[in-house]
Design a protein around this ligand. Structure first.
Ligand code: PLP
Length: 342
């Protein structure tokens, strides 16, 4: 596809073929050189550990083109660190941070013609992943690994614009185990949540809001995004070992403080849903989105925040973060790296 054929404003949040992907292999006990290829496929042994025992972790980050024409990548050092902790969480070899950052710069540069223009609402999504590649049948960590990064232009996550979503609670499903892998970004967590997600979709909800898997008493994760609520002048978000530490959430907490809000990261009892003036979800894909209504499928009750528009705090935080990402506001916290394209 030629870049001129892409209608930037109508891009889905999906895979669009770009020119290059970059790779780095761990073999014989060390990481090799980073290579670039136009091949969209990988040679993989039929007994590779990622296929049988789920040794796979991934990341998601974005590059944005600003009004000034410059391209900014948001907090990639945080993604690099989390990629390491995800790898360690399933006994994979963690990729050095410098290698991660070098691969990001390379994949953005090589695919620069796919970075959407400023004002389109689109961005270049970068997807790093790591897999165990050794051929083995016994259950043990792989010896060899491959890290791949590809990039694909994506449109805004929610097609309807910045509109609140409707989510549901069901005690029939847990996303992860209480002492399991909830805090790392691995494909296995997603596979385990697909049935619940499908169920939510069938019933007309965007995602499921999970309660903590141990006691079902506290709010945990919202689909594949973090949950937050606003109560008076306070931004509240769960502190839970089964929630993925979202970089967007971390950034929103800082911005909330900048805006003069108090920030609380703590256990949020289910009952507190009735005390919030706003609730929302956040993550790289959608930045943050208001939740308009939460239906409890087990109790047949609802918490209503308003489906018309997101609350004022959610809206303010959304713009504050996007303005930094697109270079429209000063990057006071040093979150963006400008990628030199030539
Ligand atoms: C990636 C992810 C998020 C969001 O994290 P960001 O760093 O903000 O993109 C939240 N929850 C889950 C389960 C995730 O995998």
């Amino acid at each position: 596809m030629k870049e001129t054929e892409i209608e930037w404003g109508k891009l889905p949040f999906g895979y669009v073929k770009t020119d290059w992907n970059v790779r780095c292999e761990f073999k014989d006990g060390k990481w090799g050189e980073i290579t670039a290829t136009q091949d969209e496929y990988i040679p993989l042994h039929i007994a590779a550990s990622c296929l049988h025992y789920g040794q796979e972790a991934f990341e998601g980050l974005k590059a944005f083109r600003g009004k000034d024409g410059k391209v900014r990548v948001f907090r990639m050092d945080e993604n690099a660190k989390r990629f390491r902790s995800s790898a360690e969480g399933i006994s994979m070899e963690p990729l050095p941070i410098e290698k991660f950052e070098e691969m990001v710069r390379m994949v953005v540069k090589l695919n620069k013609r796919f970075i959407p223009p400023y004002g389109s609402g689109a961005s270049l999504y970068i997807r790093p992943l790591e897999i165990g590649t050794s051929a083995q049948v016994g259950v043990s960590p792989s010896k060899d690994y491959m890290v791949i990064m590809f990039a694909t232009p994506v449109g805004p996550y929610f097609k309807g614009g910045f509109k609140p979503t409707k989510v549901c609670i069901s005690r029939e499903y847990d996303r992860v185990a209480p002492k399991g892998t909830g805090a790392i970004k691995i494909g296995g967590n997603y596979a385990a949540s697909l049935n619940a997600g499908q169920k939510a979709h069938e019933l007309g909800y965007s995602v499921m809001l999970y309660l903590d898997p141990k006691e079902n008493k506290y709010l945990d994760e919202c689909g594949a995004a973090n949950f937050f609520g606003v109560k008076g002048n306070t931004y509240v978000t769960p502190n839970s070992r089964t929630v993925l530490p979202s970089i967007t959430n971390k950034s929103l907490r800082t911005l909330a403080e900048d805006l003069g809000l108090k920030v609380e990261q703590r256990e949020i009892p289910y009952e507190e849903l009735s005390e919030f003036s706003e609730t929302g979800t956040c993550g790289t894909a959608a930045v943050c989105t208001g939740i308009g209504q939460i239906d409890d499928l087990d109790k047949g009750t609802s918490f209503v925040y308003g489906m018309e528009e997101a609350g004022p705090v959610t809206t303010k935080l959304y713009h504050a973060l996007q303005d930094i990402q697109y270079g429209d506001a000063p990057d006071n916290h040093g979150w963006c790296e400008i990628i030199e394209l030539d």
